[in-house]
Design a protein around this ligand. Structure first.
Ligand SMILES: [Zn+2]
Length: 314
C-alpha cells in the first residue's frame, strides 16, 4: 500500500475484520494518489475465501487465482466504453441483472465504478435505486477525482474514503524509491503541478510533458502581451484538461509574481497579476462546479478576460 494511504487502509482492514463492511464506498481525491490500486486491494481482500485476520489475501485458492487471472465471476468493473466518454444507463442496468445472482465462488460480489463522475444522469438514477436497496454481501466501490460532480443523493449513500496528498517530504521520499533520475528541486516543481499527487508525477515524467508545458507557457506570454487569438488558442487547448491548464497558468503566474517582488521595483504590475490570479481561480471553480459546461466557450471567455486585464500592463 502507498505510504500516504496507510491510515485509510488500516481503517478498511479494521472494518473488514470486524465484519462491518458497508454496501458502498466512495474513494475520492486528486488523480494520482493510488485510488485504483486501493480499490483493487479491497477487492482482493474481500474476494479471498480463506481470508483470515491477516492483511493480505492468500493468493492460493481458487477465488484468488480467478481474480489474478482477470476473470472472477463475482467481480465487475464498470467504466466508460471509451476513455473520456460517459458511463451509460445500460451499463448500470446490466449490473442489476447480474446483481440478482448471488456470489458464485467467493462470499462477496464486488463492483468497481470508475470514474463514477462519468455516469450520465440516467445512469446515476439507476445506480441510486441500487444503493437504496442494498444487496447483502455486495460491495460497490465508486472511484472519482471529482466527487462534487456526483449527485449528493449518491454521495450520501456511500461511506466516504477521502484520499489526501502526502507532505512534500513524504512524496519525495517515495519518489526516491521509484528509479527516477530527477533532482529533488525539479521534482518538487512537478509535484506542485501534480497537485501533490506522487503517482501523477511519475505519469508526467513518463509522458515527457515538458514540451507541452513549454507550449502553454508561450501561449500565456502571448495572452499577457495581448497578441493571442482567443478562438485559435481555445481550439489548440481543447485536448487538454482545462483545469490542468489553469493550474499550470496559475503556477506560471506565481513564478512571475515572486520574481516581481524580489526585484523590489515599484510596479503596478502585481496588482494586475493578482487580478489575473483571481480570474484563473474563479474559472477553475467554474470547471469543477458546472456539469456540461461548454469548455471551448469558457476557455475563450477566460482568455478574453485575461487579455483585458493585461492591457493595462503595457
Ligand atoms: Zn485467497
Amino acid at each position: 500500500m502507498h505510504p500516504w494511504n496507510q491510515s485509510l487502509w488500516q481503517r478498511f482492514c479494521q472494518q473488514q475484520q470486524q465484519q462491518r463492511l458497508p454496501h458502498a464506498l466512495l474513494l475520492s481525491g486528486t488523480a494520482g494518489l493510488g485510488k485504483e490500486y486501493f480499490a483493487s486491494a479491497i477487492v482482493a481482500n474481500v474476494l479471498c475465501t480463506s481470508f483470515q485476520n491477516a492483511s493480505s489475501p492468500c493468493g492460493q485458492f481458487h477465488s484468488c487465482q480467478l481474480l489474478s487471472a482477470g476473470n472472477h465471476p463475482d467481480h465487475i468493473k464498470i467504466m466508460p466504453e471509451e476513455t473520456g466518454k460517459q458511463i451509460k444507463i445500460d451499463q448500470i442496468r446490466s449490473l442489476k441483472d447480474k446483481q440478482q445472482l448471488t456470489a458464485s465462488v467467493a462470499n462477496w460480489k464486488t463492483i468497481i465504478i470508475s470514474p463514477a463522475d462519468a455516469m450520465n444522469v440516467s445512469a446515476s438514477n439507476s445506480l441510486l435505486k441500487l444503493l437504496e436497496e442494498p444487496q447483502q454481501n455486495t460491495l460497490l466501490i465508486l472511484i472519482t477525482d471529482k466527487p462534487e460532480k456526483l449527485p449528493i443523493t449518491i454521495r450520501s449513500r456511500c461511506q466516504s474514503y477521502p484520499f489526501s496528498s502526502p507532505s512534500t517530504e513524504q512524496a519525495l521520499e517515495w519518489l526516491a524509491t521509484q528509479n527516477i533520475n530527477n533532482q529533488n528541486d525539479e521534482l518538487e516543481k512537478i509535484l506542485q503541478l501534480a497537485s501533490g499527487a506522487p503517482i501523477k508525477v511519475l505519469e508526467m515524467l513518463d509522458n515527457d510533458l515538458s514540451d507541452h508545458y513549454q507550449q502553454i507557457e508561450r501561449d500565456f506570454d502571448e495572452i499577457l502581451s495581448g497578441q493571442a487569438n482567443p478562438i485559435a488558442l481555445a481550439a489548440s487547448w481543447k485536448d487538454f484538461e482545462l483545469s490542468e491548464v489553469l493550474h499550470l497558468l496559475h503556477y506560471f503566474l506565481k513564478d512571475r509574481l515572486v520574481e516581481l517582488m524580489t526585484t523590489k521595483q515599484k510596479s503596478t504590475k502585481n496588482r494586475h497579476y493578482f487580478k489575473i490570479s483571481d480570474c484563473i481561480m474563479s474559472t477553475i471553480k467554474l470547471t469543477s462546479s458546472l456539469n456540461n459546461v461548454n469548455k471551448t466557450l469558457l476557455t475563450e471567455e477566460f482568455i478574453v478576460s485575461v487579455m483585458k486585464i493585461s492591457k493595462s500592463l503595457h
